[in-house]
Design a protein around this ligand. Structure first.
Ligand code: CA
Length: 502
């Protein structure tokens, strides 16, 4: 074919050039040679036809390759901490670029507004009216109330579908010797803090690699030390991704930044600012989160995994401090124009910073104000992985795959949340209506999020019909669980939420 090609007219399209020269050449040959040549040409034409049709065959006949899935959950990150949501004093260039290269969501809802139950909702595909963990429930001396044996998780579903899975960062849903160990609910690998209280220190005296504890000499667990834990965690994330680059993987990167205590090994670009140390530390923690996510995104590019990997970034609950606090006043980020923060079920506690990036699949630069929630993640991952769910399992969520790729958000009747800290709080959103009840004996408050996103005007007295609907949903959207009775005050024996390890 090369010889034929060189003799042809360069002005003609290659197929015509080849055909014309091939026919002219044949006429100079003997009959035997003509037949052989004709066979060659026919074979060439057949090959060309197959080559032309091959992409269509591929598109119709083969499933799309399954993407890697990374969910980065930042602890107590507020929407307003990030430049792409309006922050001006704290630098987050990588996340801002991620938003420009992907989609930014303004009404992405967490599971509920503290760490453990928000995570539990994310990984079980259940809202907090069905989830087995509906509060932070402490176990002494280390760990939190474990996920019950047999809990279905997104990690288990993906692992069974052939994904390799890891959780790196903080866990908070059961120590290694319980049914809630990350290594028993579908993760092949764990690295970091198992216990949430332990994760309050950024200079801990030890961490875990899988279930093996290792010491960090030179750390005292009290705010000073030689090893900043996030540095090890960020390095482990990169090491693990590198090791898995040839097979589909799911990474739950549960970053402790920027949760208090506000500790950092280097205040970086904020060192010389005329701010308090706490303000410098907080800004440096958010920027470190940004830098470490930037390292992860750069590695995906280096490994040519960029177009094969869906990356989510989200906060796990609203800001941990009020707008009137030292940090809130300075950074003006705690509520971002919304009401409430962590531990409350108003929008400031529930709406998270949330970005999704998957080049070629998720539209770049899109900003969506359509609501979705953490319990949608499991069905989304199931669809992307082509995985199957057990027949007797029903997620409260809906797959977001079409929405992520630029379509409308899936329609649903309502979103539901509850939280059991002091009182049992409940909230429900249907359409643009939002109802909050701060205890079973308290009145239901009603807000129109379309005209009043800051939840300032309680319309309950004007719309008893909607209050009745909310009351009905607060009853029917949940299942009773002896661990989580609806009550107005936590009994004194549970003060601090502490339970001795059995
Ligand atoms: Ca949190």
């Amino acid at each position: 074919m090369n010889q034929v090609g060189r003799a042809s007219n360069p002005g003609l399209p290659q197929s015509r050039r080849l055909g014309k020269v091939a026919v002219a050449t044949m006429m100079r040959q003997t009959d035997g040679m003509r037949i052989r040549r004709l066979s060659v040409v026919l074979l060439w034409l057949l090959n060309s036809l197959v080559a032309l049709l091959y992409p269509a065959v591929w598109l119709v006949g083969a499933a799309e390759p399954r993407p890697n899935i990374i969910f980065i959950l930042a602890d107590d990150l507020a929407q307003g901490d990030l430049g792409c949501y309006g922050q001006r004093l704290i630098q987050t260039p990588h996340l801002d670029r991620m938003a420009a290269e992907g989609t930014r969501y303004t009404q992405a809802y967490c599971g509920t507004t503290v760490c453990a139950p928000s995570r539990a909702s994310l990984i079980t595909g259940l809202h907090s009216g069905h989830c087995p963990i509906r509060a932070n429930r402490e176990i002494q001396p280390e760990g939190q109330m474990p996920l019950p044996a047999g809990t279905l998780t997104v990690a288990r579903v993906l692992k069974d579908a052939g994904y390799v899975t890891a959780c790196v960062g903080k866990w908070g849903m059961g120590m290694f010797d319980t049914s809630g160990s990350p290594l028993k609910v579908g993760f092949d690998h764990f690295f970091g803090y198992n216990c949430q209280r332990h994760a309050h220190s950024y200079f801990p005296t030890f961490l875990y690699n899988d279930d093996r504890r290792f010491d960090l000499p030179g750390n005292d667990g009290k705010g000073v030390g030689r090893t900043y834990a996030q540095n090890l965690i960020a390095d482990e994330v990169l090491r693990w991704i590198r090791a898995q680059k040839d097979r589909p993987f799911f990474l739950f990167y549960s970053v402790t930044l920027p949760h208090g205590r506000f500790e950092i090994d280097d205040q970086g670009i904020y060192k010389d600012k005329p701010w308090t140390d706490q303000q410098k530390n907080y800004a440096a923690m958010v920027t470190r989160l940004d830098t470490d996510i930037g390292r992860l995104l750069a590695l995906l590019k280096e490994l040519w995994l960029d177009g094969k990997t869906l990356v989510f970034v989200a906060g796990d609950n609203g800001s941990s401090f009020p707008p009137s606090s030292e940090l809130g006043r300075h950074f003006q980020q705690a509520s971002n124009g919304l009401r409430g923060f962590k531990r409350e079920l108003y929008e400031g506690g529930l709406r998270q910073a949330a970005l999704a990036r998957w080049p070629g699949q998720i539209p770049a630069g899109r900003v969506s104000d359509e609501p979705w929630a953490f319990w949608d993640f499991l069905p989304t991952a199931v669809e992307l992985a082509g995985a199957n769910l057990p027949r007797d399992f029903k997620s409260d969520g809906l797959s977001l795959v079409s929405f992520l790729k630029g379509g409308p958000a899936p329609q649903r009747d309502y979103f539901y949340w509850e939280l059991h800290e002091e009182a049992s709080l409940q909230a429900v959103r249907f359409g643009d209506w939002k109802a909050v009840r701060n205890g079973p004996s308290r009145p239901i408050e009603l807000y129109d999020l379309k005209t009043d996103p800051g939840e300032t005007k309680d319309l309950a007295a004007k719309r008893p019909d909607l209050v009745a609907k909310a009351a009905s949903l607060m009853k029917t959207a949940r299942t009773d669980d002896p661990n989580w009775p609806l009550r107005d005050r936590r009994p004194a024996k549970e003060a601090g939420g502490k339970v001795k390890k059995k």
